[in-house]
Design a protein around this ligand. Structure first.
Ligand code: DC
Length: 227
């Protein structure tokens, strides 16, 4: 029996902390594909803007930043829980882009049309090479509508906030659950109501609700779809 090849371009979309990265990374490992977390690029632009004290409300300036920034996403160089290295202008800023200040401002930056255009063009070029699991909000709808398999991973805000909270504690950090929940809700609101590329499932996406599935079950289910 000749089995069919697994899908070459896999898109995983969904709201913040729904488990997209965990799923995407495991899929990529299992299939020997590139794992590409596109949220990191929006985070990187936000981080640069904050560091340079660029006014986050200045859309043309932020757009120029997105067009010119040297953002490299590389395979992980350290075994500290990172899925990839985020290198900005030669500096390893993998954990900095996950900081609270970036969390609080990334939705504003990622709502700008020019920023989205600059970053999604780069993402599309990488995705079209194939053998890739690309994770984000608009991969199945805008970046790679031709993806062979589209997963939309959803979960209740409460559950997603709990995961973020556990993640921060596991890294030895401090966190306030209610504050995280509030931020998750706020980010959902901005991500899904923005004019350009709002968060929503592609018409041909398979919607998975991870509230009642653990990471292992989600992974097994999607591997089954790949076969
Ligand atoms: O997945 P994440 O939390 O790292 O994403 C950070 C932000 O980037 C999130 O608020 C939405 C935005 N984003 C986006 O607009 N489009 C993508 N493809 C990926 C992320």
């Amino acid at each position: 029996m000749g089995g069919r090849n697994p899908p070459s371009i896999i898109a995983v979309d969904g709201p913040a902390a729904s488990g997209k990265s965990t799923l995407g990374r495991r899929l990529a490992d299992a299939l020997g594909y590139l794992f590409f977390d596109t949220g990191v690029m929006y985070r990187a632009v936000t981080w640069i803007a904050l560091e340079r004290e660029t006014d986050l409300g200045d859309e043309p300036a932020i757009t120029r930043l997105a067009q010119t920034a040297q953002i490299d996403i590389r395979p992980p160089s350290k075994n500290d829980g990172r899925a990839c290295d985020v290198v900005i202008d030669g500096r390893d800023l993998t954990w900095e882009v996950r900081g609270r200040k970036v969390d609080a401002n990334v939705s504003v930056v990622s709502a700008y049309a020019g920023v989205r255009k600059a970053l999604s063009e780069q993402q599309r070029r990488i995705g079209l090479r194939g053998k890739v699991v690309m994770v984000g909000r608009d991969i199945g709808t805008i970046v790679l509508p031709e993806a062979d398999l589209k997963i939309y991973l959803d979960a209740q805000a409460q559950e997603r906030a709990r995961r973020r909270y556990d993640e921060i504690l596991a890294r030895g950090g401090h966190a306030d659950f209610d504050e995280i929940l509030e931020k998750v809700n706020e980010r959902d609101r901005i991500d899904s109501t923005r004019a350009v590329a709002p968060l929503r499932p592609a018409p041909d996406a398979i919607i998975l609700d991870s509230d009642h599935m653990n990471a292992e079950q989600v992974f097994e289910h999607v591997m089954e779809l790949c076969r």
